[in-house]
Design a protein. Structure first.
Length: 435
């Protein structure tokens, strides 16, 4: 059957449902360059306004997942596990969840990304550990997962080229925030990465893509439905991103914070979110209740088993584990400055996105693709939403090797923090779990 893009655009514009053949034609043709950007853009805008049925989104996701290389994790049966975060500030949960799940029998074969905009990336964080290699060959990647249960590498090969091209086009045509397009983008990458069990950490709040619990839940329900429709076990955790997660924002600072949790610093928002994410994965991998999995997860952290697993993992990828045993070995930033509160009261809001942007200014992220990262740069948060502060109290500490970045970052942080007279009502850390 031969298709014409014109007909697909018109059909979707008028609220029709695309057939599997039409969707396949679009993804194949757009990926190989035979369908031009202007027609793809028009279809994306029609999808933005008209949406997609569940069947259309399943088909789109599957076609995108098969547009390039796929990872075969079938040798791990139903034990393979992966997590995805929709992106946050200070989100270092992978560094905790991956070794915990491996210590409890899961096979964490994870491909992670670099920082994007104001949000950090796991690959950049791991590269702050001297020697850590993020580019294992496929055989070494799978061999390591087989042997120790966990490997985390950068995205390699030609995974989901359709998503790469589509995402770039959506970015410049105001079609990013469409539920079927976000769902197919995220889930196609997860499907191509091969894991049987997937936990999605869907962030909600000022630092997240989804600003309200309702929007996040709608996205989560769609992603879980589509993942299941494609034959995987998927659960989504809706977690708060109104404030950065934990106290550290920046690469080596976040590794240090994660290591401290695995060494037993078992309280606070980062610990709790990591426990919930790991518990959902362990529950799926082992087929046990989430409450039982949660007891095991807390136990694996308390006993040190998860920290030992992290050391095994980092060493296996060439990282110097002396830095994990003694985090004071991480190079310190040359310039350290406390940001002092100009007023007294309670912190009523913290704009996580602005904190992320301030950390990028300090060198912890990239303003453009070519920028290099200052692994020691970032922000240590001293006071969070709900805390009482007096004039002159340190709200946070800025760290950088570029002194000229300090004034701009300080201004950004001060504009991120709202101070009021009464303590605000605390929002939940976890809004819910979709399964
Ligand atoms: N993250 C993705 O990978 N894709 C989207 O469309 C949005 C967020």
């Amino acid at each position: 059957m031969s298709y014409r893009m014109y007909d697909l655009i018109r059909k979707k514009r008028d609220g029709g449902e695309l057939t599997d053949g039409e969707i396949e034609y679009f993804i194949d043709g757009f990926t190989n360059g035979s369908i031009p950007d202007y027609q793809a853009s028009a279809l994306l805008m029609a999808i933005f306004y008209r949406g997609m049925t569940e069947r259309e989104t399943v088909t789109l996701t599957g076609c995108m997942a098969r547009s390039g290389d796929t990872v075969d994790l079938s040798r791990f049966g139903e034990l393979s596990a992966d997590k995805h975060s929709t992106g946050g500030v200070g989100d270092k949960t992978t560094l905790i969840v991956a070794p915990v799940v491996a210590a409890l029998g899961g096979k964490m074969a994870k491909m992670s990304g670099r920082g994007l905009g104001h949000t950090g990336g796991t690959v950049d964080k791991l590269e702050s550990i001297p020697g850590y290699k993020t580019d294992l060959s496929p055989a070494d990647f799978l061999g390591q997962v087989e042997k120790i249960g966990v490997a985390v590498i950068g995205q390699s090969g030609n995974l989901t080229p359709a998503d790469k091209k589509l995402y770039a086009l959506r970015d410049v045509t105001a079609t990013v925030d469409s539920i079927p397009l976000i769902t197919s983008s995220i889930m196609s990458k997860k499907l191509a990465a091969g894991s049987h069990n997937i936990v999605l950490d869907v962030k909600v709040g000022s630092g997240a893509f989804m600003k309200t619990p309702e929007a996040a839940e709608e996205l989560a329900r769609e992603m879980v439905k589509i993942g299941k429709g494609c034959g995987r076990r998927v659960r989504a955790v809706l977690s708060n991103m109104d404030v950065p997660l934990g106290a550290a924002v920046g690469n080596s600072l976040e590794v240090i914070e994660a290591v401290n949790i695995l060494k037993g610093a078992d309280s606070g928002d980062l610990y709790e979110v990591s426990v919930i994410l790991a518990s959902q994965l362990v529950s799926m991998v082992r087929g046990i209740a989430a409450s039982e999995a949660e007891r095991e997860v807390r136990g694996a952290i308390r006993s040190g088993a998860a920290f030992e697993k992290m050391k095994e993992w980092i060493a296996s990828q060439g990282g110097d584990v002396r830095y994990l045993d003694d985090v004071s070995l991480f190079p310190a930033a040359a310039h350290v400055k406390d940001v002092l509160s100009p007023s007294a009261g309670f912190i009523v809001s913290t704009d996580a996105e602005k904190i992320g942007k301030a950390s990028v200014k300090l060198g912890a992220g990239r303003a453009s693709k070519e920028d290099t990262i200052d692994h020691a740069a970032g922000i240590l948060i001293r006071k969070k939403t709900g805390d009482r502060i007096e004039v002159g109290d340190a709200i946070c500490t800025l760290l950088t090797n570029d002194a000229s970045a300090l004034p701009g970052a300080e201004e950004e942080v001060l504009s991120a923090v709202g101070v009021g007279e009464a303590a605000p009502e605390a929002g939940p850390l976890i809004y819910g779990i979709v399964s």
